[in-house]
Design a protein around this ligand. Structure first.
Ligand code: PAF
Length: 282
C-alpha cells in the first residue's frame, strides 16, 4: 500500500493505472476505521481493480462547538487495517492540500433543498462541508466509483445529487450499515458513549424497527408513529433531534402510494450524537 500526502504524486500513480485500463474505486473516510468502513472497502474492490482510501478529518463539515478537535484520530491503527484489506493507496492530505486557499476562502459546493432539513437543519453548514470536500476528492482521484455508507443516508443522497447535477463521471455506490449484535449501528462516535449509554444506544435501532413493522402492517399515520418513537427514545434517556419517515429516493414527504420509505432518526445520548435509518419497502 502506498501512503501518499501529495496531490501530484497521487496523480502520477492514477495516470499509470488509467493508461493500463484499470478502474479505480474511492472510499472517502475520516479515519478511525471500524468494520463498517472495512465492508465498504470490500464493496469497492468488487467494482474496481484499484482501491484508493482517503483519511481526512474535514474541518469544514464540523460546526462551532462540534467534535472536530476530539474526533478520534487513529492513523497508525487505520494503516494496519488498510494494508490487510489490500488497499492500493491511502491518501492522507493535509488541510492545505485539500483547501489550497484556506478553509475560509475555499470554494464551497452547496446542494440546496435536500440539505435544508433533518441533519442539515440540526447542523447548519455541515453538508456544504461534506460536498465541498467530496467534490475535491472526486476531482483529485477521478474514480470510476465512490463508496459511501447507508448509515449516513442523507449524506449519500446529497452526494448523489451533487454528482448528477455537476455531471461528475463517478458512480456512487452505497454499502449497508453494519451493526453490533445488539443492533447499534457501527460509528466512530460510539466511542463517546459510556458503558451505561452503550446499553441504551441500541434502542435507537429498535425504535426504527418498531416503526418499520407498523409501516409494513399498513399503518400510515406517519406523524403519530414519529411522535411515539420520539417519546420512547426520550424515556430511554435520549434527546431526539428528529424521527422522520420520508420517501427513500429523495427524502420528500411520503404518502400511502410511496413504495420505498426511509425512517431516519438522530438523537443525542450523553456526549454522542447518534444517527440511524432503515429502508422499508411498502
Ligand atoms: O462520512 C464521512 O466519513 C465523511 O462525511 C466523508 C464522506 C468522508 C467526508 O468527509
Amino acid at each position: 500500500m502506498e501512503i501518499i500526502e501529495d496531490r501530484d504524486e497521487l496523480r502520477e500513480i492514477l495516470n499509470v493505472w488509467r493508461r493500463a485500463g484499470e478502474h479505480v474505486a474511492l472510499v472517502p473516510t475520516m479515519g478511525n476505521l471500524h468494520e463498517g468502513h472495512l465492508s465498504l472497502l470490500a464493496l469497492a474492490r468488487e467494482h474496481a481493480e484499484r482501491v484508493v482510501v482517503t483519511v481526512f478529518v474535514n474541518p469544514t463539515q464540523f460546526g462551532e462547538g462540534e467534535d472536530f478537535d476530539k474526533y478520534p484520530r487513529t492513523l497508525e491503527r487505520d494503516k494496519i487495517h488498510l494494508k490487510r484489506a489490500n488497499v492500493d493507496i491511502l491518501f492522507v492530505p493535509a488541510v492545505e492540500t485539500i483547501y489550497p486557499f484556506g478553509t475560509n476562502a475555499a470554494t464551497s459546493v452547496t446542494v440546496p433543498v435536500l440539505t435544508e432539513e433533518l441533519c442539515g437543519l440540526q447542523r447548519p453548514g455541515h453538508f456544504d462541508g461534506v460536498t465541498s470536500v467530496v467534490s475535491r476528492l472526486l476531482s483529485m482521484v477521478q474514480p470510476d466509483v465512490a463508496v459511501f455508507g447507508q448509515k449516513d443516508y442523507q449524506q449519500q443522497l446529497v452526494i448523489r445529487r451533487m454528482v448528477a447535477d455537476m455531471h461528475l463521471p463517478t458512480e456512487i455506490i452505497c454499502g449497508p450499515t453494519l451493526r453490533d449484535e445488539d443492533g447499534l449501528a457501527l460509528s466512530s462516535r460510539n466511542q463517546y458513549l459510556s458503558e451505561e449509554e452503550l446499553k441504551v444506544a441500541p434502542q435507537l435501532y429498535l425504535a426504527l424497527q418498531d416503526i418499520g413493522k407498523e409501516l409494513q402492517s399498513g399503518n400510515d399515520d406517519y406523524a403519530a408513529l414519529e411522535q411515539q418513537a420520539t417519546k420512547t427514545l426520550e424515556k430511554s434517556g435520549f434527546k431526539p433531534e428528529y424521527v422522520s419517515i420520508r420517501r427513500a429516493e429523495n427524502l420528500g414527504e411520503p404518502d400511502r402510494e410511496t413504495d420505498k420509505l426511509v425512517v431516519l432518526a438522530a438523537a443525542q445520548l450523553g456526549n454522542a450524537r447518534l444517527i440511524d435509518n432503515i429502508v422499508v419497502e411498502n
